[in-house]
Design a protein around this ligand. Structure first.
Ligand SMILES: *[C@@H]1O[C@H](CO)[C@@H](O)[C@H](O)[C@H]1NC(C)=O
Ligand SMILES: *[C@@H]1O[C@H](CO)[C@@H](O)[C@H](O)[C@H]1NC(C)=O
Ligand SMILES: *[C@@H]1O[C@H](CO)[C@@H](O)[C@H](O)[C@H]1NC(C)=O
Length: 545
């Protein structure tokens, strides 16, 4: 009925526009691209859509709690999301088309959101075990979104907003649709590096927003590194006071960190903090005298410093107090402890380290010294009741790891497929980043290679494949700051987003290209300056607001 009505409206319009002549003065392409099919990204697991179209009126359409829902107006996470998605759908202060208002009798009055489990988790934090599945039925007179918890509702709201399309007259429409959706992997992350360049809060928050648009659920915050220490510690204020690029303007205060965590939580995103050691710690040494290994030139100190000094008790005393604080600041159940790229040359130069190596019977194997350090660090972090994640070297070097350790694969050689096979054969959970170093750029459509990589593409048993928890797109910060971060990351990271959310058989790059072009325009329209995939245009160009 609705479809028929719509068809006649279309015929009428077409006649009118051809008579007016403006269909031919360059508007044709615009017409086509605006009223084309909706572009869902990432593609839901199961969905059915039809040509029955309903109109959404910005004056009367509402997103509301279903009567049966276990969550209500006191659930600020959902209240907030309802407002956010209403404004994504109708824009900020944009008028909806008036001309056709009365010819649509098929209005969609509201979207009812129903949380079904006894605990909707309104005030909780998302975790690796969160249920993000949802069901969405768009039909007259109401659409219904069902999810066990708020986490699934957030994903479903995003999908609902993506189903809405604008007709040529500025009206918002949605077709009759049925969707049942859930993520393929539980860990879908983005790594941002706030050490090589300080990232203003505004940029971090904008990217959390973009992550939610792509159904990512982990913000891996590589917060400190050699170059700077912007994390403000209450226990050791000198770390940022002396180790940040600037002690007041280039730091994340406890209030800043809290804001990032809450903003992320409202979007179903975990904040996984990384404090990488014993390498990548040069900036730590500025505010914590005695923490780093003094390097020697011949028989005297050269005045430079290497990795964390693994032979001093003071090192472990410091780490105990520091990680005690970190574990209370970041509510996530996991901490990323790094452990990558330890340069042994400074340790080799230092006579005290030599003596310690002899005492311990390590010979000249510095990997054993590294393992000694990591082992003690892991024991310390274990006492905070956090799980930990480490870069692959920690596994490669044979450090004894707790069974629930998650191992992060980043190297390209040996091939990551072999590494994933080895890690899972040893029974550990793993996640992949090797093919997703988005800081590496090249001319052309490099999203294709990003899109084709698959974390379960290695030789292993079904049991092994189950140990793959997902992956992360990494944007290392050597050549990235607030000026170029967002366009460099999006929509290239969207390719990772679909790989980690959608069914493994969603691989058609032609369909992906068409949808991604539109999804990118949608991000642009929502204020995310995502770069173009190729030649073309968006119906609404970026206004740089
Ligand atoms: C939605 O309905 C319109 C109008 O009937 C139709 O042109 C369009 O192809 C439909 N979109 C989808 C995705 O089915
Ligand atoms: C370091 O700690 C160990 C174990 O707690 C202890 O045996 C050793 O004497 C300490 N060393 C120093 C120099 O205090
Ligand atoms: C799996 O093993 C086969 C046979 O050894 C090999 O040809 C293939 O390249 C391997 N696949 C991957 C993804 O490593």
């Amino acid at each position: 009925m609705a479809a028929l009505r719509l068809l006649s409206v279309w015929t009428l319009l077409l006649t009118v526009t051809v008579c007016d002549g403006w269909l031919f003065d360059g508007f044709a392409a615009r017409r086509h691209s605006e009223s084309d099919e909706v572009a869902l990204w990432p593609l839901p697991q199961k969905f059915q859509t039809s040509v029955d179209a309903f109109r959404l009126s910005s004056a009367s359409f509402q997103i509301v709690h279903a009567k049966e829902s276990t969550a209500g107006p006191s659930c600020s996470l959902l209240q907030n999301a309802f407002r956010r998605y209403y404004s994504y759908i109708f824009g900020n202060g944009r008028k909806h088309g008036k001309n056709l208002e009365n010819v649509f009798d098929a209005d969609l009055a509201e979207l009812q959101v129903q949380i079904t489990s006894a605990d909707p988790e309104c005030d909780g934090y998302p975790s690796l075990k969160s249920d993000e599945s949802y069901q969405l039925e768009v039909n007259q007179p109401t659409a219904v979104l069902k999810a066990a918890s708020v986490w699934g509702a957030l994903r479903g709201l995003e999908t609902f907003s993506q189903l809405v399309y604008e007709d040529d007259y500025g009206g918002q429409n949605i077709n009759k649709t049925s969707i049942s959706d859930f993520p393929r992997f539980a860990h879908r992350g983005i790594l941002l590096d706030s050490s090589r360049h300080y990232l203003p809060l505004k940029v971090i928050l904008a990217n959390l927003e973009a992550m939610a648009m792509n159904k990512f659920n982990v913000f891996h915050w590589h917060i400190v590194d050699d170059q700077s220490f912007p994390f403000q510690s209450r226990t050791f204020p000198d770390l940022s006071h002396k180790g940040a690029y600037h002690p007041y303007t280039h730091v994340y205060t406890p209030a800043d960190v809290k804001m990032v965590i809450e903003f992320a939580r409202m979007r179903g995103i975990r904040v996984l903090a990384e404090f990488d050691s014993p390498g990548h710690t040069f900036s730590w040494g500025k505010g914590q005298t005695g923490l780093l290994t003094p390097c020697f030139s011949g028989s005297s100190p050269s005045g430079t410093f290497g990795p964390v000094n693994p032979i001093l008790n003071s090192t472990y005393d410091f780490m105990t107090r520091f990680f005690k604080e970190v574990s209370t600041v970041f509510p996530d159940a996991y901490i990323h402890l790094g452990g990558d790229e330890v340069d042994f040359s400074c340790w080799k130069s230092n006579p005290d380290i030599q003596k310690f190596m002899d005492q311990q019977g390590f010979g000249q194997d510095y990997r054993k010294l590294e393992s000694y350090y990591i082992q003690r660090l892991l024991d310390i972090v274990s006492t905070t009741n956090k799980g930990y994640m480490v870069w692959q070297e920690v596994f490669d070097n044979g450090v004894k790891l707790k069974a629930d350790t998650q191992i992060h694969v980043w190297k390209e050689k040996p091939p990551y497929q072999d590494e994933m096979a080895r890690i899972t054969a040893a029974g550990f959970q793993t996640l992949l980043s090797s093919p997703w170093y988005l800081n590496r750029i090249s001319y052309g459509q490099d999203w294709l290679g990003i899109y084709k990589a698959d974390p379960q593409n290695f030789n292993g048993t079904a049991e092994q494949k189950k140990l793959v928890i997902g992956g992360e797109a990494c944007l290392w910060g050597e050549y990235v700051d607030a000026t170029n971060l967002t366009p460099r990351l999006w929509p290239r990271a969207s390719a990772v987003g679909e790989r980690l959310w959608s069914d493994e058989n969603v691989k058609d790059v032609g369909s992906a290209y068409d949808r991604l072009v539109k999804h990118r325009c949608r991000m642009v329209r929502r204020g995310i300056p995502a770069e173009p995939l190729y030649i073309g245009f968006c119906p609404h160009e970026y206004s740089g607001n």
